[in-house]
Design a binder for this molecule. Structure first.
Ligand code: HEM
Length: 118
């Protein structure tokens, strides 16, 4: 598959991830304290599409081990954002703070991809 297709998969995955996470955080803050199952599915499918798209782009760009700092940091952000709904459910992080953490981490990862500062 060409680089552009992997990039589209990566960006669509990002949209699904944040759609699902928004629903999860909204559910966590609701009276029921639970989100519809569909939001967890969106979150998981988004995470997976981002990963497949990301590794596909790495292959097309010829990125080899040791990976550059910006990429390793992005993987750390991806893991943290992936675990955020679980952290909220287990009350490790207040749900109102999780919104801010998700937005800041997402913006930071996009900046890393665009600027590749290290
Ligand atoms: C939540 C975490 C992430 C966000 C918000 C994110 C966001 C982005 C964005 C917006 C771009 C396009 C940048 C551009 O147009 O130049 C991009 C590119 C890229 N991302 Fe991610 N990404 C994330 C996680 C990952 C992960 C986990 C991987 C690796 C498996 C990855 C690998 C890449 C690669 C290789 C590129 C292409 C860079 C280039 O063309 O120069 N990203 N990412």
């Amino acid at each position: 598959m060409p680089y552009e297709t992997y990039k589209l998969m990566h960006v669509v995955g990002l949209l699904l991830l944040f759609l699902g996470m928004g629903g999860q955080l909204l559910g966590a803050g609701s009276e029921r304290g639970q989100a519809p199952k569909a939001t967890a599915v969106l979150h998981a499918v988004g995470l997976l599409a981002m990963l497949v798209g990301g590794f596909g782009m790495m292959a097309r760009l010829g990125v080899q081990w040791p990976w550059p700092g910006w990429l390793i940091t992005k993987l750390g952000v991806w893991l943290t954002i992936g675990a955020l709904p679980v952290g909220v459910r287990r009350q490790l992080i207040p749900h109102h703070l999780a919104w801010l953490v998700a937005a800041v981490l997402g913006g930071f990862a996009a900046w890393l991809a665009i600027s590749k500062p290290f």
